[in-house]
Write a protein that binds this ligand. Structure first.
Ligand SMILES: *[C@@H]1O[C@H](CO)[C@@H](O)[C@H](O)[C@H]1NC(C)=O
Ligand SMILES: *[C@@H]1O[C@H](CO)[C@@H](O)[C@H](O)[C@H]1NC(C)=O
Ligand SMILES: *[C@@H]1O[C@H](CO)[C@@H](O)[C@H](O)[C@H]1NC(C)=O
Ligand SMILES: *[C@@H]1O[C@H](CO)[C@@H](O)[C@H](O)[C@H]1NC(C)=O
Ligand SMILES: *[C@@H]1O[C@H](CO)[C@@H](O)[C@H](O)[C@H]1NC(C)=O
Ligand SMILES: *[C@@H]1O[C@H](CO)[C@@H](O)[C@H](O)[C@H]1NC(C)=O
Length: 627
């Protein structure tokens, strides 16, 4: 018995030794392959960024951007490090354990890299390079692939039908290449969630299985036709129309992202209707206020709000008192700026040319005394990063709030507006500045009213930009103070709402921190938290980011617009960590706004000193990258 056990032990030890030797063998092979690759595409700027120690004996597993398992190199992540040239055949291809290859945002060119033996590949991120020529013909070499992103290259030829073999594929992004030919009519990728072939030279009908994606996924291919491209129907002589009504592919119950043209028409019509209603309402109000004025004997322009709530504008800012009155406001030309859960906001141009923002509140349930108390509290907020409330009007039927007009619009519009051709990207310093401003404003708000003030509806459409692009928080305390549960139940807060708010129906400073964390994620990923592709899957932005980060594809969550800037990866990752801690499920694990604000200030200081201090290095780096 005993002898047998020893034998077993010996065998086990021998097997272990054999495994170690084998894995060492694999690693030295992998190391050579990696060096082949690097010697061909490395550059002064990548050497500077990676600092790989390539002297004999140093293992590749400790090199920056490289990860290994016992079987060999599993992940290569070298996004935006200044690699240039073409990938030598046979180098990366001998990395048989490779699962993730990210060479995104470099200057790699030449033909599609040889990856024939990388059969374990799950994620392939080659976007934003200069690869040209045809796609590899046989995608069934990589049956495990989940993510393919080849956007922003110069790939041509057709999309191989073998892509249909990738049953697990969830991401396929081929945007901005020069691919031509049609999409296979039977193409069916059941798990596909993110898809785009925009800005290529593709033609023919959109396959049934892809008709559930928004038309943006096909934009910029003049010859592509059929749903969802409503203004480009296929010629009648083309394939006979399907008999069954088009059903969205499984895994996406409704539209995947973006607004349908129907929804857009609805919004436009809604806005027009709102403007008409507003005009009618103004007439009514003018008439009523005239009557009231007659009734009160001419109306004293200098009565204070305390005496006459109900017929006059109450100025919260002594400096502005009397600078305009209700009639001025009602006579002003108005334009709908936005409709929110608490009311509609108008831009009003007064006769003297000054501009204010007027919000018409709806569903106000608070009694007048409480309303006024709350207005005084909100009106007392004075901070560079908080939109000041200047005046209000309260009557039984109408509640108006007058605040400063923010000419640069909202953070939401800057991030999500006009995506596609003609858009000027929102760069990282601007996003950092918005995050910083909003954090300062919110930290200040949390310190008011004895440290109990709650904002209640932090979201990107409530972060407005002043003339100098300083971010200002608006709508503080409105959702919470004015209408019961508005913040807890409003569908417009969907995506920003902390999980506990659903149960308690109560917003807190900690739920504000959560909403702020979602705003940070929005700035980092460029994704709207209410985006249909997220909500349809029953997943919110924080959970989506966490799932991607858990799979160790951290770099893949960031907005492609940010990937043009090549030395901000560290900043992005630090900000991502902050955002994830703000969106912790347990409220007590979230930092306070003051801590958030201090972290961001540190980040901004570090980031600006990099820019200044690293002068020569980073300056010449940027020059190389953009040339
Ligand atoms: C590189 O690695 C070798 C061997 O591990 C070591 O002796 C050498 O000091 C390292 N060089 C640098 C610059 O780290
Ligand atoms: C790929 O695998 C095949 C079969 O194992 C082998 O003959 C070939 O040399 C490998 N190619 C590379 C580039 O490693
Ligand atoms: C595709 O690109 C390659 C390399 O740039 C070029 O040689 C070839 O002519 C192109 N083919 C087509 C059909 O445009
Ligand atoms: C993969 O695609 C090729 C051609 O595109 C086809 O011949 C082959 O049968 C497919 N393999 C599987 C497993 O579906
Ligand atoms: C993508 O393609 C469109 C249309 O060709 C072009 O306007 C846009 O600049 C391209 N974007 C990038 C980042 O190359
Ligand atoms: C687009 O495709 C058509 C044929 O479908 C071809 O004639 C044309 O040259 C292509 N254009 C580009 C820019 O590749």
């Amino acid at each position: 018995m005993r002898k047998k056990k020893e034998e077993v032990e010996v065998v086990v030890v021998l097997l272990l030794v054999a495994a170690v030797v084998a894995s060492l063998g694999d690693l030295s092979q992998d190391r050579d392959a990696l060096l082949d690759f690097y010697n061909a595409v490395g550059s002064a700027s990548s050497n500077r960024r990676l600092g790989w120690n390539r002297s004999a004996g140093a293992g590749p597993c400790d090199w920056r951007g490289i990860e290994c398992s016992s079987t060999g190199i599993t992940r290569i992540r070298l996004p935006g490090v200044g690699l240039a040239g073409s990938v030598p055949p046979g180098s990366l291809s001998s990395l048989t354990s490779l699962r993730v290859l990210s060479l995104r945002s470099n200057r790699l060119g030449g033909p599609f890299p040889d990856l024939r033996n990388c059969s374990q590949l799950r994620a392939l991120y080659l976007q934003d390079n200069r690869f040209s020529g045809r796609l590899p013909p046989d995608f069934s070499l990589w049956p495990q692939l989940l993510h393919i992103n080849l956007a922003y290259n110069a790939l041509n030829g057709s999309i191989p039908t073998s892509i249909d073999n990738l049953t697990r594929l969830t991401t396929l992004n081929l945007e901005n290449n020069t691919l031509s030919g049609g999409l296979a009519p039977e193409l069916s990728l059941p798990r596909l969630v993110r898809f785009s072939v925009a800005n290529n030279n593709l033609s023919g009908p959109v396959p049934r299985s892809l008709q559930g994606f928004s038309s943006a996924a096909f934009d910029g291919n003049v010859l592509i036709c059929g749903p969802p491209l409503t203004n480009n129907p296929c010629p009648i002589t083309a394939a006979p129309p399907a008999i069954a009504p088009a059903i969205p592919p499984p895994g996406r119950r409704r539209r995947s992202r973006g607004l349908s043209s129907g929804a857009i028409a609805g919004i436009v019509l809604g806005s027009i209707a709102a403007a008409v209603v507003a005009a009618l309402l103004c007439c009514l109000l003018v008439a009523r206020s005239r009557r009231q004025r007659r009734a009160t004997g001419g109306g004293n322009r200098h009565v204070t709000g305390d005496q006459l709530v109900g017929s006059k504008l109450v100025f919260l800012d002594p400096a502005r008192r009397g600078s305009f009155d209700l009639e001025d406001l009602l006579r002003a030309s108005a334009e709908v700026l936005g409709k929110g859960s608490i009311g509609t906001t108008y831009k009003a141009v007064l006769e003297d040319g000054s501009i204010v923002a007027v919000k018409r509140l709806k569903d106000v349930t608070a009694p007048p005394s409480q309303f006024e108390h709350n207005m005084q509290l909100i009106g007392g907020l004075r901070h560079r990063n908080v939109v000041p409330l200047r005046a209000y009007y309260h009557s039984k039927d109408e509640k108006l709030l007058v605040s400063d007009y923010m000419p640069r619009g909202s953070c939401s519009a800057l991030l999500h507006g006009n995506r596609g051709a003609g858009r000027s990207p929102l760069d990282w310093p601007s996003r950092l500045r918005i995050a910083d401003g909003a954090a300062k404003g919110l930290a200040y708000i949390h310190e008011q009213n004895g440290g109990t003030f709650v904002h209640g509806s932090i979201k990107s459409s409530n972060v407005l930009l002043a003339k100098d692009f300083e971010a200002c928080v608006s709508d503080a305390g409105l959702a919470h103070l004015l209408t019961t549960n508005a913040a807890a139940t409003s569908s417009r807060m969907l995506g920003y709402r902390a999980p506990e708010v659903l149960e308690t129906r109560k917003v807190t400073q900690k739920s504000d921190v959560y909403s702020y964390g979602v705003l940070l994620l929005e700035l980092l990923t460029g994704r709207a938290p209410t985006q249909a592709s997220l909500t349809d899957e029953g997943i919110d932005l924080p959970r989506w980011v966490q799932s991607v980060v858990r799979e160790e594809w951290t770099a893949e969550v960031f907005d492609l617009e940010l990937m043009r800037y090549h030395n901000i990866e560290e900043d992005l990752v630090q900000m991502l960590q902050l955002a994830l801690s703000c969106t912790s499920v347990a409220p007590e694990q979230r930092p306070s706004m003051r801590q958030v604000m201090e972290t961001i200030e540190q980040l901004r200081r570090a980031s600006s000193s990099d820019g200044g201090g690293g002068g020569g290095g980073s300056g010449s780096g940027t020059g190389e990258d953009t040339s």
